[in-house]
Design a protein around this ligand. Structure first.
Ligand SMILES: Cc1cc2nc3c(=O)[nH]c(=O)nc-3n(C[C@H](O)[C@H](O)[C@H](O)COP(=O)(O)O)c2cc1C
Length: 186
């Protein structure tokens, strides 16, 4: 099974990327975890031009990375009470054409971290809404890492036990959704 991880933050020291790495540690060894690194290369979406042209390589890459994964785990920061524009832009590209986009029916989960108290809960809610609109199967479960600088040690490990438990539950729910879908006849 392959899980693709997409961070909504482009920062090298991102707490959201650290949160995805923490999730990786909680996966069973047979699960292949791939952290996607190409969101920054995706150009601004322009419906007027872009829908009718061959997609740029950066867009084809994110579409196929999602297509090849059994599930996608997103970690998003909160920017001005919503998701970062770079992440929304990439998702707008992936969403087209709506009927055949690679997120359609894909099991996905959303987690998030912020430096404020609330752990990006508004951004997470917005991201779940966007993913559902695109046609993904958004699993239940929320991991809201507030005060993020205090929740990771110097090696990047998530040190809050209660958050680790919530992360385990969310990861397990995502894998269970993949397994449930595998039992449904095509
Ligand atoms: C443009 C911008 C807007 C932000 N808005 C919010 C916000 O609405 N709520 C919040 O909790 N944190 C906000 N923050 C702080 C982020 O939570 C903080 O920068 C966090 O570390 C970003 O995640 P990252 O570490 O994964 O990059 C904002 C940061 C930026 C750069």
């Amino acid at each position: 099974m392959k899980v693709l991880a997409i961070s909504g933050s482009l920062r090298p020291d991102s707490y959201n990327t650290k949160l995805l790495r923490a999730a990786e540690e909680l996966l069973p060894p047979e699960v292949d975890f791939v952290l996607y690194q190409g969101v920054k290369a995706v150009p601004p979406y322009d419906e007027g031009d872009d829908d009718v042209q061959v997609a740029p390589m950066s867009v084809a890459a994110v579409r196929s990375a999602i297509g090849e994964a059994d599930a996608v785990l997103f970690a998003t920061p909160e920017y001005n009470a919503s998701i970062p524009g770079s992440l929304k832009n990439a998702l707008d590209w992936v969403s087209r054409p709506l009927a055949t986009n690679t997120l359609r029916n894909k099991p996905v989960a959303v987690i998030g971290a912020s430096t404020g108290a609330f752990g990006a809960v508004w951004a997470q809610a917005d991201l779940r809404k966007v993913l559902a609109a695109i046609g993904a199967r958004v699993v239940e479960g929320e991991v809201a890492v507030g005060h993020a600088p205090t929740r990771f040690d110097e090696t990047g490990r998530l040190v809050d036990e209660s958050l680790r438990e919530q992360l385990q539950e969310t990861v397990d729910a995502l894998l269970a959704e993949v397994e449930a879908r595998a039992l449904v006849p095509a």
